[in-house]
Design a protein around this ligand. Structure first.
Ligand code: ATP
Length: 377
């Protein structure tokens, strides 16, 4: 993210309440957002939620039936207008955006630069730089058909980045890569974005990519936007359970409000467990007796110290313990409620079948996470 606030920058993309369908079946239903120069914005959501269709509408590959799209202040699409893709000044890195099979890797990456009439002397350097970046240094003379699927995808990425477009559209560009290369490319895209001040609209169903790369994430579901915000805002203050789960693992624990006073703000009886949790700072505490779901991140649960008496302490029957180096993941059950905890202690000596005491980190139960009426999903 640029040091200067992104909202000081000009709007590069304006998507205004667009609707798009396939043969009368709505795929995108009133989606609107803006992207400022230098911003990296991600559409995140499960398969079929309309991410790709939104991107295709921006690219000009799909017509919208309502709303409008502006690029650099110019109307490129509304009910009557449809500016052709090549006239929109964008570049696309689509998973399925084919390379030219009869050309070499070099020619594929150089294609857009030639079209832009970049001097020949500069093209070689720029192409080699991009190929190095995607880990294909020295592959220039090869035919693209000689490459593996993952290598071809990296050529597509290099081709998209080479022209340094005003707005780059990326649709799951890392999906065919193995996990090590994916992590490396993710870091490369991130540093490139900062260096070049790249403005990008990125589509993924991978929350790690969304969290790592984005200035802003837009969570989509069934053709609509559920919430948009910085990765931190969405992670810490999701508007609902869907957004909470889209951003990371979360425990969903049934509870009943047993008091809703001012100090502490409220007490919750977690179902099946003799746990009373206090959630303070919430301004919309439901009435006493209301059944709610408490959303708790696994890292907000910790081991209870021996002999510690704590309101938010509960016993769990351990089912799975996974040591992951920097933390230990525990999964178990507490009186019928499944619980996942990220424990920061390395050696817990816990084994499946053990019974142990955990407790909630009450300071980490953020108000919006704690107050979800049961009907929210
Ligand atoms: P994915 O991650 O699987 O690509 P997505 O979030 O990008 O999913 P879209 O591809 O935009 O979702 O699809 C949105 C809806 O439109 C889905 O219900 C899908 O079945 C439908 N759809 C997508 N492409 C077509 C098509 N060519 N013809 C008919 N329906 C389509």
């Amino acid at each position: 993210m640029n040091l200067q606030s992104s909202s000081d920058q000009p709007v590069v993309l304006g998507v205004d309440n667009i609707v798009a369908d396939y043969n009368g079946k709505t795929a995108v239903d009133g989606v609107g957002f803006t992207i400022h120069a230098g911003e990296f914005v991600t559409l995140l959501g499960p398969s079929g939620c309309g991410k790709t269709t939104t991107l295709r509408c921006v690219a000009g590959l799909h017509r919208i039936s309502k709303g409008a799209i502006h690029i650099d202040g110019r109307l490129v699409a509304d009910q009557r207008t449809h500016v052709r893709p090549e006239k929109r000044g964008l570049n696309m890195v689509f998973q399925s955006y084919a390379l030219w099979p009869h050309m070499t890797v070099f020619q594929n990456v150089a294609y857009g630069l030639r079209a832009q009439r970049v001097p020949k002397s500069e093209i070689r350097g720029r192409v080699e730089e991009m190929l190095d970046l995607v880990g294909l240094g020295g592959y220039g003379p090869r035919g693209v058909s000689e490459l593996s699927g993952g290598q071809q995808q990296r050529v597509v990425l290099a081709r998209g980045l080479a022209t340094r477009p005003r707005l780059l559209l990326l649709d799951e560009p890392l999906s065919n890569l193995d996990s090590e290369l994916r992590a490396r490319m993710r870091a490369e895209i991130h540093s490139l974005q900062r260096e070049l001040g790249l403005t990008a609209l990125y589509v993924t169903h991978d929350r790690t990519e969304a969290l790592a790369l984005s200035d802003r994430v837009i969570v989509m579901r069934a053709g609509t936007i559920q919430q948009e915000g910085s990765p931190g805002e969405l992670y810490d203050a999701p508007a609902n359970r869907f957004v909470a789960e889209a951003l990371g693992p979360v425990n969903v624990v049934p509870a009943v409000v047993i008091s809703a006073g001012a100090t502490p703000a409220a007490r919750l009886q977690l179902e099946g467990a003799p746990v009373v949790a206090i959630a303070s700072g919430a301004d919309d505490v439901p009435a006493v007796g209301t059944g709610i779901e408490v959303l708790i991140r696994p890292e907000s649960i910790t081991l209870a110290s021996a002999g510690e008496s704590h309101e938010a302490r509960f016993d769990v029957d351990v089912a799975v313990v996974e040591f992951l180096g920097n933390r230990t993941e525990l999964a178990g059950e507490s009186a019928g409620v499944r619980v996942k905890a990220d424990l920061d202690l390395r050696a817990t000596n816990l084994r499946p079948g053990d019974r142990t005491a955990l407790r909630l980190r009450l300071d980490q139960l953020l108000a919006p996470l704690a107050w979800q009426p049961v009907t929210s999903k």
